[in-house]
Design a protein around this ligand. Structure first.
Ligand SMILES: C[C@](O)(CO)[C@H](O)COP(=O)(O)OP(=O)(O)OC[C@H]1O[C@@H](n2ccc(N)nc2=O)[C@H](O)[C@@H]1O
Ligand SMILES: Nc1ncnc2c1ncn2[C@@H]1O[C@H](COP(=O)(O)OP(=O)(O)OP(=O)(O)O)[C@@H](O)[C@H]1O
Length: 286
């Protein structure tokens, strides 16, 4: 059996530049993997793909991104082998944390090994982009600049190690809806991506914290004002900075120490935020 960790991501910076003719939006993002993860287990099975998931509210059929990753790999390579895939989900669903994308990336990586396919990183990345814009990043982890629709990646100096408190209010936000509602002319403050890259080069956590920005907050926060309350609560509890991740609704707060992170998490618990996690930055590609 092969077991892989499928890490969640946060967007330290997210800018939407324009809507493209293919319907996607051109973006510029600084992405970071965090230690909150699903566990993906893979075993060989003759011919078929069998998927088992740990949550009743997540489909275990061909609509699951993990299943789609395995099916795409079979179609692309003509491989006749099958696999039993087990997903132990910890990453909340439709949360802005790329949980499904992380599972899909782990399945691509894992089956490339289990089925002895010998696909290059570049081929895997191309297949990943067919599954979703966040999937190529999930193959890499670490700290990356993402452009195009999110699939063009350049490694950045690793984000200085820190704790990341994740808090998801009890709403699920469809990514497509958020992009549809986005109006570039209503954005007051745009992320300073070049400035954040400089802070990463200098290894300054305070500098990175000072430059967190996500233009999609302009869509998701008015629809779900509890996101703004969670941000405030994190800042009051001592977070260096707090921001919505991706299309939301999860908010992440940066903390320099585990003690600080636990203080922030307890404060959120007292405010009855239902899903709270204390994670760390993940540096390495695995
Ligand atoms: C919000 C982010 O999570 C930030 O990392 C990503 O941009 C979204 O990535 P994702 O969930 O992998 O998105 P996809 O599965 O590729 O696309 C879902 C839907 O979001 C919209 N979408 C997504 C990415 C992008 N650059 N422009 C878009 O307009 C499209 O309507 C698309 O149909
Ligand atoms: N393996 C999977 N894990 C989670 N969701 C999945 C999976 N496969 C399909 N889905 C579907 O995709 C939807 C969004 O999934 P996901 O949890 O990846 O959203 P997200 O965290 O907002 O992603 P992103 O940050 O990439 O926009 C879910 O509502 C779910 O029905």
């Amino acid at each position: 059996m092969l077991t892989l960790k499928a890490y969640a991501k946060i967007n330290l910076a997210l800018d939407v530049l324009y809507k493209r003719s293919d319907g996607f939006h051109e973006v510029a993002m600084v992405m970071q993997a965090v230690s909150l993860c699903d566990t993906v287990s893979l075993t060989s099975y003759p011919g078929e793909i069998i998927l088992t998931v740990s949550r009743a509210d997540l489909p275990a059929d061909a609509s699951n991104l993990a299943y789609r990753a395995a099916a795409l790999l079979k179609e692309y390579t003509g491989c006749r082998q099958g696999a039993c895939i087990t997903l132990d989900k910890q990453i909340p669903l439709a949360a802005g944390l790329a949980g499904g994308s992380a599972d899909a990336a782990a399945v691509l990586k894992g089956l490339n090994i289990l089925w002895d396919l010998g696909l290059s990183g570049e081929e895997l990345s191309r297949l990943a982009a067919r599954l979703g814009s966040d999937v190529p990043f999930c193959l890499c982890n670490g700290t990356m600049l993402a452009t195009g629709r999110g699939e063009i990646l350049s490694p950045l100096p690793p984000m200085p190690a820190c704790y990341v408190v994740l808090a998801k209010p009890p709403v699920e936000v469809p990514t497509a809806w958020v992009y549809q509602q986005f109006k570039a002319d209503r954005v007051a403050v745009r992320p300073d991506i070049a400035g954040m890259c400089k802070e990463l080069e200098q290894g300054s956590l305070a500098g990175v914290a000072g430059k967190l920005a996500n233009v999609l907050e302009n869509v998701t926060i008015p629809a779900h004002p509890e996101i703004a309350r969670i941000k405030e609560c994190m800042l009051e509890a001592g977070a260096m900075a707090a921001l919505m991740s991706g299309s939301g609704p999860t908010v992440f707060g940066l903390a320099g120490s585990q003690d600080q992170a636990e203080v922030i998490a307890s404060r959120l618990k007292a405010e009855k935020v239902p899903e709270i996690f204390v994670a760390e930055t993940v540096w390495k590609m695995e």
